[in-house]
Design a protein around this ligand. Structure first.
Ligand code: GLN
Length: 536
């Protein structure tokens, strides 16, 4: 197992306290001190991966370069740490049980009763330590999804309890995140839920080393003392995490509170230097000080849930910072857009982004948005289904194929400009069977996208079953919509752009999975740049 050390992050009291952001922030601070860090998420649900979950259930599905469909927290890890994660960074109960049941069927446990302890817990431990087995990391942070006390979380809590002894006490630290609610009637912050949640952890045999308390108001020293006393932790291991205006401020807040120092101390790692956060601070200063507002319409059908388009929103924010503008994103519900109201819905924006999606709900609104952007020369970025809608629109209204469509929506068309990929034709199972992960894309010389990337070959991540139908490519190109990115191995169209337009780009891949704080994505940067130019 080498010299890798482990930080386990659990959550108590309620869900949605921001464990992912705290883990990512701690990761960033440790990395900024020169340690090799990665972060893993354990999800207690029984789906094998979140690929089969509706975004309303669990927010965006984040795709890694190796083609894993994962929890959106992995997006935070990549954006904060500027690292690549992989399938090994996200484990679900479904995946754990699937492995154990497969082994049982193979006869690996022949003669034995297969049980939660030790078989399920052993598999959890194997998955946790797998990441550390190649000695690539000094520190691995493992975030345990859910809330302590949930039935589903129990095997995970038990597994990490065992790991403290398997790996050695000095190699493991437990960080527990809770909520300190504020009662406005009595104007008091209350610590009792935290005490109870620590008690629940103790019942499972875990004494947390560090407590991170989410609160809307500053914690007084007395209150910290009380928590330390009742929860049996050191006073300086009681860390406050107060609400902030941007998630990118959290690493600096955690540094002020000494979270990284405390974790290093508990892991008996000698502190080397202080965190190098110059670039991060610069990013944050620009984020806060940019004034000019650029309004972007994000046209999608999951707009009720903020988390459904997380990576797109963060990518737009990163690109705004580079361009020194404040990007104001408004979600426009694609189902509400009609030919009569499209102008009224979209005229106030400097750029239109049509989001990815599945199925035909809201597609008409997306097609109308693409038409509006084309005709009015508004900067446009279409991602995956967004590109497909732009293609359908162009086929119908420029090429004159009135029935043009995607075979995802209908089979009754003479112009299936978007069609099922050849390799998808025999696929019947839904889980993990799309075209997933990183593929190479060759950029056309002199195109807008090549100018944006300043590269000839790029690698971008995918998640789709349908593709641009190359039978129609000539007609598109002759009329001003060109394939400016092509997969060099199989000729699949990856990017299309319109030549008679200031900036109209659609990508079959998802650029949003690759934008990080320190490396914002070139397509988002140029999209925002053209939106600025559009304002005149
Ligand atoms: N539904 C489309 C496809 O499967 C687009 C997918 C997406 O937008 N991610 O090809």
């Amino acid at each position: 197992m080498g010299n890798t050390k482990y930080v386990f992050v659990t959550g108590g009291v309620t869900s949605s306290l921001g464990k992912g952001i705290i883990s990512a922030s701690l990761g960033r601070l440790l990395q900024a001190r020169g340690y090799r860090v990665t972060i893993q998420k354990l999800d207690p649900y029984i789906n094998v991966d979140p690929g089969t979950l509706n975004p309303y259930e669990h927010g965006e599905c984040y795709v890694t370069d190796d083609g894993a469909e994962t929890d959106l927290d992995l997006g935070h890890y990549e954006r904060f740490l500027d690292i690549q994660t992989s399938q090994a960074n996200n484990v679900t109960t479904g995946r754990i049980y699937q492995s154990v049941i497969n082994k049982e069927r193979r006869g690996d446990y022949l003669g034995k009763t297969v049980q939660v302890i030790p078989h399920i817990t052993d598999e959890i431990k194997r998955r946790i330590t797998l990441l550390g087995s190649k000695d690539e990391y000094d520190i691995i942070i493992t975030e345990i999804g859910g809330t302590v006390g949930d039935i589903e979380s129990l095997p995970y809590i038990e597994a990490v309890r065992q790991l403290r002894w398997d790996l050695g006490e000095e190699n493991v630290v437990f960080v527990h995140l809770t909520l300190v609610p504020y009662l406005s009637a009595s104007r008091e912050l209350k610590t009792k839920p935290t005490q109870h949640s620590v008690k629940v952890l103790l019942e499972s045999g875990i004494q947390p080393d560090v407590l991170v308390l989410r609160a809307e108001h500053e914690l007084t020293r007395d209150l910290r003392k009380k928590v330390a006393l009742f929860c049996n932790v050191q006073l300086d291991a009681v860390i406050q995490s107060i609400d902030v205006s941007t998630i990118y401020e959290v690493p600096l807040l955690m540094q002020e509170e000494g979270l990284d120092v405390m974790v290093l101390k508990k892991l008996k790692i000698a502190e080397k230097g202080s965190p190098e956060l110059k670039d991060w601070k610069e990013f944050l200063n620009k984020l806060k000080s940019s004034e000019e507002e650029i309004r972007i319409a994000l046209v999608g059908k999951y707009v009720e849930l903020y988390d459904a388009y997380k990576s797109i929103m963060e990518s737009l924010t990163h690109a705004g910072v580079i361009n020194r503008v404040k990007v104001k994103i408004t979600c426009v519900h694609s189902e509400m857009i009609t030919p009569e109201n499209v102008t009224e819905k979209l005229e106030r924006y400097h750029g239109i982004l049509v989001a990815p999606g599945f199925g035909d709900r809201g597609v008409d609104g997306k097609i109308l948005s693409a038409k509006y952007a084309r005709e009015n020369k508004v900067p446009f970025l279409g991602i995956c289904l967004g590109l497909q809608c732009a293609v359908i629109e162009f086929a119908r209204n420029v090429l004159g194929y009135a029935d043009a469509s995607s075979t995802e929506m209908t089979n009754i068309t003479k112009h299936p400009v978007i069609d099922l990929m050849e390799e998808q034709k025999g696929v019947t199972e839904k889980g993990g069977t799309m075209r997933l992960g990183g593929y190479t894309c060759a950029l056309k010389k002199g195109s807008r996208v090549q100018e944006a990337y300043q590269l000839d070959l790029v690698r971008e991540r995918h998640r789709h079953r349908y593709e641009f139908n190359n039978d129609f490519l000539e007609a598109f190109e002759q009329n001003g919509m060109i394939a400016s990115g092509i997969n060099p191995e199989n000729g699949l169209v990856e990017i299309m752009e319109q030549t008679d337009h200031p900036w109209f780009v659609g990508t079959q891949f998802h650029p949003e999975y690759r934008s990080t704080v320190l490396n914002p994505h070139p397509l988002f940067i140029t999209f925002i740049k053209s939106a600025i130019e559009y304002t005149g």
